[in-house]
Design a protein around this ligand. Structure first.
Ligand SMILES: Cc1cc2nc3c(=O)[nH]c(=O)nc-3n(C[C@H](O)[C@H](O)[C@H](O)COP(=O)(O)OP(=O)(O)OC[C@H]3O[C@@H](n4cnc5c(N)ncnc54)[C@H](O)[C@@H]3O)c2cc1C
Length: 427
């Protein structure tokens, strides 16, 4: 089965049934229309409905169809590349620290929502590990650790011996742990957010791709195949799946295909020896090695294909090699699921927030760290639509800035995987 086929995705086989989200039929009015049913859009719809707004969410597939139903499930409350001091240098002290606060609280937000709405998604808030794949990476880790620790984050450093205990792998030189991180079943979390949004009063429509957004008097008119929504405000939450509704928005990110693989269920003793504390792990490689266990004792990991043809077989072979190196105790790893999703990369590897035209706002570009951050940004956009001044938000609204030579870069974006591997090999 091709990795793009949703049936190839482990999470679709282990998620509980989702709520009923029928296609929109007919015409209706709303205060706010949300486009996109991933964490960003669902969190926005949930918080809008809780804030008393009449909200309609339109999703092209079903909730979690995009990256939110296909990812590794690691809930990580830190930036992918940057440190908190970088945020201050980029956005100024007040704004930078406000963003740092949002990022630092983002994992707790996810796990609090899970508890509050009793979302059945195999949630584990045991902590997130970033071990160093080279001794030289310990300096950068120490600096990030110190900066987050100075801001009160529950972080700790560990040495090589402790890394071996925490990960069950002999290959790491030490690392750091963030205790508020963890992992979830990502599709189940999406479906649970959709159910919570409905319970709060939001209308959540699946199978309703928005075909156009036009001005009609003082409202926005969103057209889907079977109907129309007229709303004063619109939230665009389409991330890596952004199409041509606003071509200039699509050009702000590179949609990077990322492949995920899951092993067969491991024997109890072997499964217990790997990540015995049930942590999530994303190491320091740019061509990331990320590992977590699912509820049944499979290892779920990531890989990035450069070519699409034969990708499934090549990814399987290279992942088995990787597992042999990282976890030699799995004697003959076998791969059961291979699937892919789209990551939205921005040039600066930070999400961007835009105020496009009277009442349309958008956020995208989590660059592979959007479970916690997307949920937090969705709540932030809900607050904005409910009237919070833009100057008080954690993310500043920035003008649309296309990626340089976007349409030329996209076809070559897969070669970034080679580039990242080359950079890792030079460390
Ligand atoms: C393979 C993979 C692994 C990842 N691993 C992690 C991880 O471990 N930890 C982490 O923090 N992040 C991870 N990420 C990133 C994370 O999944 C995303 O940042 C996050 O899911 C983004 O959520 P979102 O709601 O913004 O976008 P999405 O979940 O992509 O949702 C966008 C939605 O918009 C819909 N849409 C698009 N156009 C229209 C339209 N015209 N009309 C209606 N609907 C439309 C799409 O169908 C889609 O469902 C990973 C991503 C991938 C792909």
């Amino acid at each position: 089965m091709h990795p793009a086929d949703p049936r190839s995705n482990l999470w679709t086989h282990t998620a509980p049934p989702g709520p009923d989200c029928p296609a929109l039929q007919g015409e209706r009015a709303a205060d706010v229309a949300v486009v996109g049913g991933g964490y960003t859009g669902l969190s926005a719809a949930l918080h809008l409905a809780e804030g008393g707004a009449d909200v309609v969410l339109l999703e092209a597939g079903q909730p979690g169809f995009g990256a939110s139903g296909r990812n590794n499930g690691q809930v990580i409350p830190v930036y992918s590349r940057h440190s908190p001091d970088d945020a201050v240098a980029t956005f100024g002290r007040e704004r930078g620290e406000r963003l740092n606060d949002m990022v630092a609280g983002s994992a707790d937000l996810v796990f609090d929502l899970i508890r509050k709405h009793e979302i059945d998604c195999d949630a584990s808030q045991e902590g997130w590990l970033q071990p160093a794949h080279r001794a030289s990476r310990m300096r950068g880790i120490q600096s990030k650790h110190d900066q987050w620790a100075a801001r009160g984050a529950p972080v700790e450093m560990f040495d090589a011996a402790r890394a071996a205990e925490l990960t069950g792998s002999p290959i790491y030189h030490g690392g750091w742990m963030h205790r508020s991180g963890g992992h979830i079943q990502p599709l189940s979390f999406s479906l649970g957010l959709a159910r919570a949004a409905q319970a709060a009063g939001a209308a959540v429509h699946g199978d309703s791709p928005v075909l156009s957004i036009d001005r009609e008097g003082d409202k926005w008119r969103l057209k889907v195949a079977g109907g129309v929504v007229r709303a004063e405000k619109v939230i665009l939450a389409t991330n890596g799946y952004t199409g041509n509704l606003f071509p200039s928005l699509r050009q702000t990110i590179i949609p990077l295909r990322s492949t995920h693989l899951a092993t067969t269920v491991l024997g109890d003793n072997v499964a217990r020896s790997i990540l015995p504390g049930n942590h999530g792990l994303s190491d320091t490689r740019q061509a990331l090695w990320a590992f977590r266990k699912d509820r049944f004792g499979r290892i779920v990991t990531t890989s990035a294909p450069v070519f699409t043809t034969g990708a499934r077989d090549r990814m399987t072979t290279s992942t088995i090699k990787r597992l042999n190196i990282a976890f030699p105790q799995i004697e003959r790893p076998e791969i059961e699921y291979v699937w892919e999703g789209i990551i939205a990369m921005t040039y600066e590897r930070l999400p961007r927030y835009h105020e496009l035209a009277g009442g349309i706002i958008a956020a995208l570009g989590y660059s592979g760290r959007g479970i916690a951050l997307g949920t937090a940004v969705g709540r932030m956009m809900a607050e904005r639509a409910l009237g919070k001044p833009a100057s008080e938000l954690a993310l500043p609204a920035v003008p649309l800035k296309p990626w340089p030579m976007h349409d030329l870069v996209v076809p070559f974006s897969r070669t970034m995987a080679w580039y990242f591997k080359w950079r890792d090999s030079r460390d």
